[in-house]
Write a protein that binds this ligand. Structure first.
Ligand SMILES: C[S@@+](CC[C@H](N)C(=O)[O-])C[C@H]1O[C@@H](n2cnc3c(N)ncnc32)[C@H](O)[C@@H]1O
Length: 273
């Protein structure tokens, strides 16, 4: 079989398994397996594959066909300027979370050597992006999952970045003051889990997905350590609930930011101690 025929077969297979972007994913998987760029898949379209190349391509395509997230199959994923290791220990960082980092950087614009804490850091995406783009920041990152924290540590090392990692429940035992508390807490309602795509429902850690009241508890806990901003990624249908939580807790400057699809996805508010 030629490379082009293999690419077509992988695309058809992934489409038959219900993968949303079968061509794109087939290109990414074959390019990675064969050590080629996506362009080279086309410039070498008519080249027959060796048996070793065909064997190398088979397993990642099979995994993706089982609806394992592409980021887990590839083993890494880009987030802003970072390439992060990604596997089942933590949620795959999402594009809307890049906008959370934009909000944090905008709110910290005038701050010198700000102290920041990322609650529920997962891969370390938010914490690492902030310290990479704001090198004088002192960044702490917490998670209740030791597996996620191990992955965040690997990502800090791989990217040559320094963050302080703490295993705890939200901000329990963490001492401020912080200029900014940021979090993308679990916010999928348990009634919604069955309707999620298999990539999310069957592969990503449940504890990273399902809302167990973390947002409500964090709004309260953050005020203990904050002299500055709380920035929260939220469920697109819960902006009114979360802004109400911040306002009744005594935060001011409460503001909602939309994602690129126009959905309410980020709530921020300032706590003055
Ligand atoms: C939605 S994921 C976000 C991961 C990462 N911040 C991101 O944006 O890609 C939520 C994270 O919060 C962690 N988490 C859930 N409950 C927690 C709690 N009570 N205390 C600390 N971390 C928690 C999960 O382990 C998971 O890593």
């Amino acid at each position: 079989m030629t490379l082009g025929e293999t690419l077509d077969a992988a695309t058809d297979y992934l489409a038959s398994r219900g993968v949303e972007q079968p061509r794109l994913d087939a290109e990414r998987l074959l390019a990675r397996a064969l050590g080629l760029s996506r362009i080279e898949l086309y410039t070498q379209h008519d080249r027959p594959l060796t048996n070793a190349e065909r064997a190398a391509a088979r397993e990642p395509v099979r995994r993706r066909g089982a609806r394992e997230p592409i980021a887990y199959v590839l083993g890494d994923w880009d987030f802003r300027r970072l390439t992060l290791r990604t596997d089942r220990r933590a949620l795959v960082p999402r594009p809307e979370t890049e906008i959370v980092v934009d909000r944090c950087l905008a709110l910290l614009d005038d701050a010198e050597a700000p102290h920041v804490v990322d609650v529920g850091t997962g891969t370390g995406a938010i914490a690492l992006a902030i310290v990479q783009e704001l090198p004088d920041a002192h960044v702490t990152a917490t998670d209740s999952s030791p597996e996620a924290l191990a992955l965040a540590r690997e990502n800090a090392q791989a990217n040559g970045l320094d963050i302080h990692l703490v295993e705890t429940d939200l901000l329990e035992g963490v001492e401020g003051p912080f200029d900014l508390v940021v979090s993308n807490p679990p916010y999928v309602l348990s009634a919604e889990v069955d309707s999620l795509e298999p990539e999310v429902r069957d592969w990503e850690p449940r504890a990273a997905l399902v809302d167990a009241g973390q947002t409500e508890r964090l709004v309260e806990q953050a005020s203990r350590v904050l002299d500055g901003w709380l920035v929260l990624e939220i469920h697109a249908e819960r902006a009114a609930h979360v802004t109400g939580l911040l306002e009744s807790a005594g935060y001011d400057g409460v503001h909602v930011t939309r994602d690129l699809a126009g959905r309410d996805r980020i709530v921020e508010g300032r706590w003055t101690s």
